[in-house]
Write a protein that binds this ligand. Structure first.
Ligand code: 5RP
Length: 235
């Protein structure tokens, strides 16, 4: 553990504490990202050591691959029907437990899985706690057809919105446009401050080419915050 960065020690602490929320026979949602990866590794260890049985729905291909490699039974959401608990990371968390997610490009599946769960608990290091959302660029997943038109419509719409920045950039993977697991692209909205996320989110999703945006409003039930000291507590 001494070789971990302070951020990783905090992510590990949050993940370890969240493990106590898992009970045998639960159907879990597993998030995507470096914090979720810590949780998945610890969950695999608990399954191997304690021999508990449970199944899980993954929010991305890479999460599914890691979970399987850890010996976790991965099932489809439609086979699960409904989930007991989803554990996932976040890019920003505000005092009302609203989130920005999608830094890892998986927010579409993450939102579907989280909203199909009795409870969503976010695991995070304390650096993600903010007073106001928006310093982290807001990811918006768009279908490839006409993505430049979708960007133009979003840019025009942002003129009417209470934000401090209006730059919209396509996410890249090297010299190629980034592709999500669904084969879509992501536009990152550099808003700096989002004055009214509840107004912005439905407006974004009304744009024809938009699949889903990364605002999770009223979705998270609790936040497990980890610190590099190894402590963690639930908000
Ligand atoms: C992926 C996400 C992640 O949860 C978010 O980007 C946080 O990632 P990390 O735990 O690596 O900081 O939303 O789409």
């Amino acid at each position: 553990m001494n070789t971990l960065t302070p951020a990783d020690r905090a992510k590990y602490a949050a993940s370890r504490a969240a493990l106590s929320l898992v009970e045998p026979d639960m159907k879990l949602g597993l998030g995507t990202g470096s914090t979720a990866n810590w949780f998945i590794r610890l969950l695999g260890e608990r399954i191997r050591v304690d021999g508990i049985k449970l199944s899980a729905v993954a929010t991305s291909d890479r999460t599914a691959a890691l979970a399987r490699s850890e010996g976790i039974e991965v099932i489809e959401l439609d086979a699960a029907g409904w989930l007991d608990l989803t554990i996932d990371g976040a890019d920003e968390v505000d005092p009302a437990l609203n989130l920005i997610k999608g830094g890892g490009g998986a927010h579409l599946q993450e939102k579907i899985v989280a909203t199909a769960s009795d409870r969503m608990v976010v695991i995070t290091d304390d650096s993600k706690l903010v007073d106001t959302l928006g310093a982290f660029p807001l990811p918006v997943e768009v279908i490839p057809l006409g993505w430049t038109a979708s960007r133009a419509i979003i840019e025009e719409m942002l003129e009417q919105i209470d934000v401090d920045g209006r730059e919209v950039t396509p996410r890249m993977n090297g010299s190629e446009l980034y592709r999500t697991d669904e084969g879509n692209h992501i536009l990152d909205l550099h808003l700096k401050r989002i004055g009214d996320p509840h107004r912005l989110s439905p407006l974004l999703n009304q744009v024809a080419g938009v699949v889903e945006n990364g605002l999770f409003l009223g979705v998270a039930d609790q936040i497990m915050v980890g610190y590099d000291s190894g402590q963690a507590h639930l908000l």
